[in-house]
Design a protein around this ligand. Sequence first.
Ligand code: PMP
Length: 391
Amino acid sequence: MSSDTSRFIAEHVDSLKPSGIRRFFDLASTMENVISLGVGEPDFVTPWNVIEASYHSLEQGYTAYTANAGLLELRGLIAEYLQSAYAVPYRAEDQVIVTVGASQAIDIALRAILNPGDEVIIVEPCFVAYASAVTLAGGVPVSVGTQAANEFKLQPEELANSITKKTKAIILCNPNNPTGTMMSREELLPIADLIQTHDLLVLSDEIYAELSYDEGYVSFSSLPNMHERTILISGFSKSFAMTGWRLGYAAGPAALIQAMTKIHQYTIMCAPTMAQYGAVEALRSGSASVEQMKKSYRQRRNFVMTAFEEMGLMTNRPGGAFYIFPSIKETGLSSEEFAEALLMEEKVAVVPGNVFGESGEGYIRCSYATSMKQLTEAMKRIKRFVESRLT
Ligand code: PMP
């Protein structure tokens, strides 16, 4: 009998490719003096009052499970927040679930809605987890590309062309990872029309909603007829600098949230209790610290945008999140070649755009969630590298 235990692995898992981001992290971790613009997480520590509230909950002995869907108090605060920030009404009792990061919300949303072979449209370049999450849930990911010429905004005609009889849902991420693109109400309305016409569901990943720099954020769920067709996914990782707490949530039609809660109940039980108490405090009092972090990200966004323009690389104007997605086509290198040579020669880690989908080829993702000092040095190094390739 074969000693190769990989024969036990299920085919749909075996076929998943490891994340392209990981390879660069692994390479960078073997080197010294690397400036990483690769990671997608805030460089801030969680606001102190949030840490204290979580700590205090432990001191008080709140160490047991919570309700499967999360503390009712927290769900209530999430519902209040969604109402006041984006004018979308949700009932805490049956339309909100607290999850282990937005990641788990995406996973259980897909598992709750997909039958084998159902297609889910993914708008690329996009967060690396979507396609695999669809595959793991038994669905088939179908990619629609976006282009720099349209500021990486989804074009309704292109969406229409990719809808088939098997399409069940579309995953939208606004503001987008990796491009930072933020779509306005006017740009989202024709997308909503198509969703309505073709009787589709939307998984709206709004994890970066709070981090929007130029205009007010519009939740997909607030568009005409979309409340009943949207599972809004968000969380605390990005806006409150709480990536390690693993806390997110989903809000949506009661039947869908209840179906997700069933999966959650049998696989997870509930999100970590002490993290939930931290999140209660974050929502009660966190807006001042979010504003401060946002101000700092905006300043860094402006800095990196100007720096890339000055070195002759075309770049979009990212309206949100903390990523910029400049073109590196001018250097004649592929995005993998660019990222690898930049790391080796100048010790700056960025992510090649092709890991986010085919339409990301020719671009690199740089996260500006790092200090101005580090960013200034990184931009100096990238400029030197680009100059060496342009001459
Ligand atoms: N969605 C997007 C678009 C992301 O960029 C990330 C994190 N990189 C997530 C979801 C997952 O967030 P969480 O930490 O809440 O699981």
